[in-house]
Design a protein around this ligand. Structure first.
Ligand code: SF4
Length: 371
């Protein structure tokens, strides 16, 4: 067995530039060499993640759901995946949990509907599928929160079935590989990327191929500086052949970010903080700091201020301190006092409010006399 990764001969011998005209490889042989180059690279250089050591469909769906809008470093480094698998190791445990427990474990990952949907899937898997996640595209797409990407990931990583997957990394990689002039952020660009993924995914060992494509996009064909000399498929890359890899992907343009301000009250009394339940379906089950009207905020001291992003908004969160005797009736119906000292005893909180409490805790030594 070789001890070091070497670019395969097949790639070196292939005449550059012949492969990617019109969005397809010209011969089955070229396509097979490209697929093998990727798979060979991944066998040597692929990273070892916990979800890559298992074919358990439950574990794969949990990891894919967590990774939908969150970086690997957060999911792994901050222990979200391992904690989740410890507390809810299988469908039964997740289906039986209280929603509050589920949201608490998800706290900090954001996009809480992902957690709620996972729990709904657990219920459906037990009720309708005898405790086993179905492995076909149609049944997977019928599950809450499972879109085309997640279905493809589960099919290839759990069942080793040939299914295309396209995320932002894969789409960028294809865009350079095919020197695609169609903007990636348009319906036509998306359709093209999926069509290419479908045409290029092999029938044999799609798990390895799809893992390789994903990882290549993450680590080698990166957004700002593609490392082409280290790329196992450089020989087939039309963008590279033209010396224009950095020009791709073409984008139509990003929607404008709208600035907004949000004022909240941090009401503290005897070591407790006042929180109120979120309204609306998106954050149902979560808690937050009470909103502060302009007038109420005007008389209070601002203790914390930071920006956070949500959808197309850049929100400046301004936190005003209210102590016993001042604005304590904030929060409206359902507001309750919770002990500040132990974070794990607080109810599930939206990320900005959790961050506000953490920042407040860092300065509360100075404010001790107020509590
Ligand atoms: S050769 Fe460069 S631009 Fe082309 S796929 Fe590889 S890393 Fe990306």
């Amino acid at each position: 067995m070789k001890e070091q990764y070497e670019k395969p001969d097949a790639a070196k011998e292939t005449e550059k530039g012949v492969a990617a005209k019109g969005g397809v490889f010209r011969t089955q042989g070229e396509l097979a060499a490209y697929q093998e180059a990727l798979a060979g690279w991944f066998r040597f250089c692929g990273r070892d993640y916990p979800w890559r050591r298992t074919c358990d469909p439950y574990a794969i769906l949990v990891s894919e759901t967590m990774l939908q809008q969150t970086q690997i470093a957060t999911v792994l480094g901050r222990g979200y995946y391992s904690r989740w698998m410890e507390v809810f190791p299988h469908w039964e445990a997740l289906a039986a949990a209280r929603e509050e427990e589920v949201l608490k474990l998800w706290e900090g990952l954001g996009y809480y509907n992902r957690a709620r949907n996972l729990q709904k899937v657990a219920t459906i898997v037990i009720r309708d599928h005898g405790g086993r996640l179905p492995g076909d595209l149609e049944s997977l797409l019928a599950l809450p929160g499972v879109g085309r990407y997640t279905a493809g990931a589960v099919m290839s990583f759990a069942f080793n079935t040939s299914a295309p997957i396209v995320d932002g990394n894969v789409s960028r990689f294809f865009s350079r590989l095919f020197a695609c002039e169609v903007p990636v952020d348009t319906p036509e660009g998306s359709r093209l990327a999926w069509a290419r993924a479908e045409a290029l995914t092999p029938l044999l060992e799609p798990r390895t191929y799809n893992s390789a494509v994903m990882e290549l996009g993450q680590r080698i064909c990166t957004r700002t500086s593609p490392d082409c000399p280290a790329c196992p498929v450089e020989a087939w890359c039309e963008g590279r052949r033209r010396g224009e890899e950095a020009r791709f992907p073409i984008r139509k343009g990003r929607p404008q970010v709208t600035p907004r301000e949000e004022h909240v009250i941090l009401a503290v009394r005897e070591g407790k903080v006042l929180l109120c339940p979120e309204s609306g379906t998106r954050r149902k089950g979560l808690w937050r700091l009470p909103e502060a009207g302009e007038e109420a905020a005007a008389d209070l001291e601002e203790v914390v201020c930071f920006d956070y992003a949500i959808t197309r908004y850049r929100v400046r969160l301004r936190v005003f301190l209210a102590v016993a005797g001042s604005v304590i009736e904030a929060g409206g119906g359902g507001a309750r006092w919770f002990a500040l000292a132990r974070e794990d005893e607080l109810p599930p909180l939206g990320s900005p409010y959790r961050k506000a409490l953490r920042l407040f805790a860092e300065i509360r030594e100075d404010l001790k006399e107020l509590r």
